[in-house]
Design a protein around this ligand. Structure first.
Ligand SMILES: O=c1ccn([C@@H]2O[C@@H]3COP(=O)(O)O[C@H]3[C@H]2O)c(=O)[nH]1
Ligand SMILES: [Zn+2]
Ligand SMILES: [Zn+2]
Length: 241
């Protein structure tokens, strides 16, 4: 399985696009989150929405779902079909009621399933999205009252949604066979809703070796020299995971 970050930036970054990814295996293309900047980032990667086989959503913040309206409209009006939407059950109602309903509703198109082929996922349960892409949503801590899911792919690759520092979870996942972690990273404290670089530097060395940093701010270059064994994920570079 391969992952290419279409963007690696934080919600407010201007030098990097939103932290959204393209996951590929056996010709299947899965978009992981679809933020405000995704339509432009996808275009610059030489792709069109019609080239995607579906989208997986982590949580409801603009840098993760703000591009879904365009995705739905382009697929409906240009390609006459509904994209596949993989989403944890608990996010279905809030995604429609609190984010998409206002822009998408028209005529007799009044619900999420009018625009997307919704495939609900159950937290803690592994689903096979395509040959070579198994995903388990794991609810992780981000903001009080806001449900957010990170993802374990193929039992060995952990991709964080936005999450606060949670060393016991990372330790448990590594004990359980995770070999590589892509982790969101706030460069300067206080973290509050994201793990900071300083916090991640407190992880045991053996775990840091597995961690790559994403969802970073515009000052990333100034922090390269203090990230220990952890590497910053590069936008548009493809990684085998
Ligand atoms: O209690 C809060 C809620 C939000 N925020 C900011 O808004 C951003 C929303 O997207 P994000 O989750 O990628 O990052 C968040 C933070 O940058 C914050 O600093 N404190
Ligand atoms: Zn975010
Ligand atoms: Zn967030």
């Amino acid at each position: 399985m391969q992952i290419t970050m279409l963007g690696t930036g934080s919600a407010f970054a201007k030098r990097y696009y939103n932290n959204n990814a393209l996951i590929e295996a056996g010709g299947f293309r899965l978009l992981l989150d679809c933020g405000i900047t995704l339509p432009q980032a996808l275009h610059e990667a030489g792709l069109d929405f019609a080239d995607l086989d579906g989208v997986l959503i982590s949580h409801i913040h603009g840098d993760h779902v703000g591009g879904l309206e365009e995705y739905a409209f382009q697929m409906l009006f240009k390609h006459q079909r509904r994209p596949v939407l993989y989403i944890a059950e608990s996010l279905i109602e809030p995604l429609w009621e609190h984010t998409l309903k206002g822009g998408l509703t028209q005529g007799n198109l009044t619900k999420l399933s009018d625009f997307f082929e919704v495939r609900p996922l159950t937290p803690g349960v592994t689903a096979e999205l395509a040959p070579g892409i198994q995903v388990e949503p794991i609810q992780t801590k981000h903001i009080e009252g806001k449900i957010s899911y990170s993802f374990r792919f193929n039992r060995r690759f952990f991709y964080t949604a936005d999450m606060v520092y949670d060393a016991p979870l990372l330790d448990k996942l590594v004990q359980d066979g995770v070999e590589r972690i892509f982790h969101d990273c706030q460069l300067e404290p206080p973290g509050v809703v994201h793990a900071t670089l300083d916090e991640l530097l407190q992880l045991p060395e053996a775990i840091q070796q597995k961690v790559s940093l994403m969802h970073y701010g515009d000052a990333m270059e100034q922090h390269r020299s203090r990230s220990g064994p952890m590497q910053f994920v590069e936008q548009r570079k493809t990684y085998e995971v």
